[in-house]
Design a protein around this ligand. Structure first.
Ligand code: NAD
Ligand code: UD1
Length: 338
């Protein structure tokens, strides 16, 4: 069974490609390298011990997307990671986000309809819950979004619900990720952000390796145990395995929605201290004002995924920090540019 993995050379996609190959699936990666590098593909192939098929394809182009399906008639399911994901950038360039994220998804869905492909797994985000009314967050919580990026996720979720309503054969799994962190235990693939990282763990990793001087901690006056923001960090390899489980569970038409998180909340300072243990030295930090748009706390109720996908996260915070550090230490400047 061949799975088309869009955005398969990106952070989560690359780990998922390996998990799919491990589980015995055939894969075809499609990416335009807008936020990844050919070096990621070389490393995926090295870790997999095989040449993984790759198509350079911009999914914003309907013609390129249809060509992908026309040339690969054995595609049986699509896992759709491709998208732009920087919240701050989306506020300044909303059209770029709507154009890229929505067009890519529409082109894929049209091509799937044309070529009779019925299974679709979509990368959504806990950002669709906004500032949750209660914790832990269940899948039936109210949905609110605060950024154009978040709106693309919610709009795509709505599109999928409408398209599946009209197409009785379509099977859709919407996966709402909490905070993916860490890296493959080999230290060969991991998160390689462009420029100064926006997210906590890659920022800490660059402080740990000496590329940045200190971590700004955005607020210590939240209503949380130590005053810093609390999130549900999930090891990217657990997340990758969650996609294999989601694919296996997609046996009947309909739209199924799952949180992929651990159910545990850790504060910013919890992460700093766990990372210090992993890297063996102190992480300098300074308390700064709250970051606009941030919420106090966000963590998943993972029960529905446990029951519906027979999946749960098994790796703890120490593994997340150890594997992040291993990748950062081995690749202080990320992937090479060639
Ligand atoms: P990433 O940027 O590392 O990977 C996305 C990949 O998609 C990149 O390789 C990029 O080159 C590719 N891509 C983007 N637009 C494309 C296009 N038009 N055509 C072809 N390829 C295109 O991001 P990631 O962290 O691996 O995230 C994967 C998905 O999960 C995204 O949809 C993201 O919004 C979602 N998500 C990520 C997080 C997170 O914290 N990383 C959290 C929640 C949801
Ligand atoms: C952010 C996005 C969210 C997206 C997610 C994954 C915002 C407002 N939210 O979530 O939509 O789905 O990334 O891509 O951007 N922190 C610091 N210092 C830093 C960086 C972060 O203290 O340098 C704190 C934050 O205030 C927060 C926690 O660390 O309390 C986690 O931040 P981050 O990794 O950016 O993730 P989210 O804000 O949860």
């Amino acid at each position: 069974m061949r799975i088309l993995v869009t955005g398969g050379t990106g952070y989560i996609g690359s780990h998922t490609v390996l998990a799919l190959l491990d589980a015995g699936y055939d894969v075809l990666i499609a990416d335009n390298y807008v936020n990844s590098k050919p070096e990621a593909l070389r490393r995926i192939c090295k870790l997999a011990g095989q040449d993984v098929p790759f198509a350079l394809c911009d999914l914003r182009s309907e013609a390129e997307t249809f060509k992908l399906f026309a040339e690969n008639t054995d595609i049986e399911a699509v896992i759709h990671f491709a998208g732009l994901k920087a919240v701050g950038e989306s506020v300044h360039e909303p059209l770029l986000y709507f154009d890229n994220n929505l067009k890519s998804t529409l082109n894929l869905l049209k091509a799937m309809q044309e070529y009779g492909v019925h299974s679709f797994v979509f990368s959504s985000s806990a950002t669709v819950y906004g500032d949750p009314a209660s914790l832990p967050i269940r899948e039936d919580a109210a949905l609110h979004v605060a950024s154009p990026y978040g709106r693309t996720k919610l709009m795509i979720e709505d599109i999928l619900r409408d398209v599946a309503h009209a197409d009785p054969a379509l099977r859709v799994s919407i996966l709402r990720y909490f905070n993916p962190v860490g890296a493959h235990p080999s230290g060969m693939i991991g998160e390689d952000p462009n420029g100064i990282p926006n997210n906590l763990m890659p920022f800490i990793a660059q402080v740990a390796v000496g590329k940045l001087d200190y971590l700004p901690v955005y607020g210590d006056d939240y209503d949380t145990p130590d005053g810093t923001g609390v999130r549900d960090y999930i090891h990217v390899c657990d997340l990758a395995e969650g996609h294999v489980s989601a694919l296996k569970a997609l046996t009947a038409p309909g739209v199924y929605t799952f949180n992929l998180g651990t159910g545990h909340g850790y504060s910013v300072l919890d992460i700093v201290h766990a990372y210090e243990t992993a890297c063996g030295h102190a992480i300098p930090y300074a308390i700064k004002p709250r970051r606009s748009g941030d919420i106090a706390a966000c963590f998943a109720d993972p029960a529905h995924a446990r029951e519906g996908l027979h999946w749960e996260a098994t790796r703890g915070l120490a593994d997340m920090c150890k594997d992040s550090w291993n990748f950062q230490h081995n690749n202080p400047d990320g992937y090479s540019n060639d």
